[in-house]
Ligand binder design. Structure first.
Ligand code: BGC
Length: 338
């Protein structure tokens, strides 16, 4: 056979198999669609790996899609999972508002939807499974205040997450809960604040540059919303000879962040036991496919309904407890953190 023709046939077969509807999934072997915003950040790779392994152990198959921070692509991903006839959808939305369109299609197809880690707004979803996101922001602000001088006003920079991610607002809300009274009392001065589009480290780096250009080098702390943005800010601090002199917060216990904590360029991170969330997500999705829905005690308003929700706890991590938290939990091996 002509090799070009053969390759075209192979490509055609591959394309057809990628798009083909899944064979009718029995309840013993349901099919779960997992739609992720991105796999660029380390944590989402952990979420995916644990989720897929846990679901497969329970007899399910998982189809994973990742949208590379693109709303149109993610809505299309979800719609293609619906067309393929998945039993349950588990979605980490890039944009909690934009995703409501695809959820409407899922509702029409009677496919249960779990919003995983990030809330989907203005739509009918069956469960929101996440961490206590407000407490992440509180942990960052509380840790910073406990480790900064108390005898003079503090000068801080605030780098928030992606404005399209509802979690970014909750992290800020948690920080506000702690900081607002101190800001009002003149004990904390916010020199500069901005949102890092798509959570990109390079955007956080730009914000840090702008903060120094505007307000100078006398900065006590940078409240970075996660480890990716912390890494971007620390890059600027390194270039300015300020790394290790300015306290920087984070979130996710990414390997690079844990290493920075031990080297002293990042002060803390907030560890979210992703393995626990992903295992719970997988078990809940499989149960839903089998017709069993959990009865969570909490709810959260998403603009159209009180969404049944489960909030897992988070842990502040610094160099004093990194071994007994992140490492002891098996999140990173000790030899890689050091
Ligand atoms: C997650 C964080 C993550 C961030 C960027 C948030 O929604 O809760 O853990 O660092 O997205 O991906």
């Amino acid at each position: 056979m002509n090799p070009l023709f053969r390759n075209l046939c192979l490509l055609g077969a591959l394309g057809a198999s990628l798009l083909a509807p899944v064979a009718h999934a029995s309840k013993a072997n349901p099919v779960i669609g997992l739609s992720l915003d991105t796999l660029k950040e380390e944590r989402w790779q952990s979420d995916r790996d644990t989720f897929v392994a846990a679901a497969e152990k329970l007899g399910a198959k998982v189809i994973v899609q990742s949208a590379n921070s693109d709303d149109t692509r993610q809505v299309r991903d979800v719609e293609s999972l619906i067309t393929r006839g998945v039993d349950v959808l588990v979605i980490v939305p890039h944009n909690g508002a934009a995703m409501s369109r695809a959820v409407k299609s899922a509702n029409q197809a009677k496919i249960p939807v779990i919003a995983y880690d990030r809330l989907i707004l203005n739509s009918k979803i069956d469960l929101y499974l996440t961490f206590d996101n407000v407490s992440v922001g509180e942990a960052q602000a509380n840790w910073a205040l406990a480790h900064l001088p108390k005898d003079r006003p503090l000068r801080i920079v605030r780098i928030y997450g992606a404005p399209t991610d509802n979690n970014a607002k909750l992290f800020k809300q948690g920080q506000d809960n702690v900081l607002d009274p101190l800001i009002k009392a003149g004990k904390v001065q916010v020199l500069f604040e901005d949102w890092a589009l798509d959570w990109k480290p390079e955007n956080a780096k730009k914000i840090m540059n702008a903060a120094i250009t505007k307000s100078g080098r006398e900065i006590d702390a940078v409240l970075a919303a996660n480890d990716g943005t912390a890494g971007g800010a620390i890059q600027t601090l390194l270039e300015e000879g300020l790394a290790g002199k300015v306290l920087v917060t984070g979130q996710d216990a990414d390997l690079a962040a844990c290493q920075r904590i031990l080297r002293g360029t990042q002060a803390m991170t907030v560890y979210k036991p992703v393995k626990k969330l992903a295992e719970l997500g997988a078990a809940t999705a499989v149960n839903m496919a089998r017709g069993e829905f959990p009865k969570p005690v909490a709810t959260l308003d998403n603009g159209s309904m009180q969404v049944p929700s489960i909030f897992e706890k988070v842990i502040s991590v610094d160099k004093t407890n990194i071994m007994e938290t992140v490492v002891a939990d098996g999140f990173h091996p000790a030899e890689r953190v050091k």
